[in-house]
Write a protein that binds this ligand. Structure first.
Ligand code: CP
Ligand code: NVA
Length: 311
């Protein structure tokens, strides 16, 4: 079922959605996964702009295929090939694009640019990753957890490493849906303060538990899901040496650390991964890694979000 209440709305963060809306999107994604041709042609005559200021494999291609399979027209736009790259303002770009397309997705360096885009665009704007949040990734991750365990409520997620954009959005997705989350990161690399506050607020309603610790061993204790992400996110390349020194070896998801979670625990990673940095090859390529399902689910959740927003 299309999540009707999302029609015409922006999707900058899952925090803007009610728990029922998040769950509704996940259920619709599962439906679309069962029948890849469902709603084909539904977006006939509609166009979706996809602005990318950073590289992308999964997000770009899943959005492109999602729009195409629904019969719409995806338009890939490199930030530096638009007049944006020569200093045209976001406000002007938003007003012009809104006259052509039905939806704008954007991957940007600064989350504030998305907010500005959404402010000036007459058409809905969807976050395709910012420095703060990655809602489309978290939808796919929550679908993957639901597929594996049949529920989200009471599932314990351990996030190991950098408290980055994907960590922020996982905090929101988990706490909206009643999953517990324990985050282990070095001091100075915690998730964004506002996201932690939102997670606490969500938890008060959903019954989730949120923990922040410096100890990966503590975080993975009794965990059903062990998640990590790169230690050097896009745009942070200049900090690479310092970050690797801070995170390795303590925050690498090794076989040893993974075995301290539940024996049934799964390993998750949004990809792209750096084997030997945030995760050992035997974990990400091991039997309990679900990273390829996660990547596939990006397609189904992208479809669910776009269908619901475009109605
Ligand atoms: N996980 C993810 O967003 O991957 P891309 O950077 O390849 O889009
Ligand atoms: N944290 C990573 C996620 C990539 C999908 C980054 O921002 O580069």
């Amino acid at each position: 079922m299309i999540v009707e209440s999302l029609r015409g709305r922006d999707l900058l963060s899952l925090q803007d959605l009610s728990p029922d809306e998040v769950l509704g999107l996940i259920k619709l994604s599962a439906e679309l996964k069962r029948d890849r041709r469902k709603f084909s042609g539904r977006l006939s005559g509609r166009s979706v702009a996809m602005i990318f200021e950073k590289p992308s494999t999964r997000t770009r291609i899943s959005l492109d295929v999602a729009v195409s399979e629904l019969g719409g027209n995806p338009i890939y736009l490199r930030f530096d090939e638009l007049q944006l790259g020569r200093g045209e303002t976001i406000a002007d770009t938003a007003r012009v694009l809104s006259r052509y397309v039905d939806l704008i997705t954007a991957r940007v360096r600064r989350h504030g640019d998305l907010v500005e885009l959404a402010r000036w665009s007459d058409k809905p704007v969807v976050n395709a990753l910012s420095d703060l949040d990655h809602p489309l990734q978290t939808l796919a991750d929550m679908l993957t957890i639901l597929e594996r365990f049949g529920r989200l409520k009471g599932i314990k997620i351990a996030w190991i490493g950098d408290g980055n954009n994907v960590c922020n959005s996982t905090l929101i997705g988990a706490t909206k849906l009643g999953a517990h989350i324990s985050i282990a990161c070095p001091r100075g690399y915690e998730p964004d303060k506002r996201y932690l506050e939102w997670a606490e607020e969500n938890s008060a309603r959903s019954g989730s538990r949120v923990e922040l610790t410096e100890s990966p061993e503590e975080a993975v204790r009794d965990a059903d899901v062990v998640m990590t992400d790169t230690f050097v996110s896009m745009g942070m390349e200049a900090e690479r040496d310092r970050r690797l020194k801070t995170f390795i070896p303590r925050y690498q998801v090794t076989k040893d650390l993974f075995e301290k979670a539940k024996p049934t625990a799964i390993f998750m990673h949004p990809l792209p991964a750096k084997r030997g940095e945030e995760v050992a090859p035997e974990v990400i390529d091991g039997e309990r890694s679900v990273v390829w399902d996660q990547a596939e689910n990006r397609l189904h959740t992208a479809k669910a979000a776009i269908l619901s927003i475009l109605g």
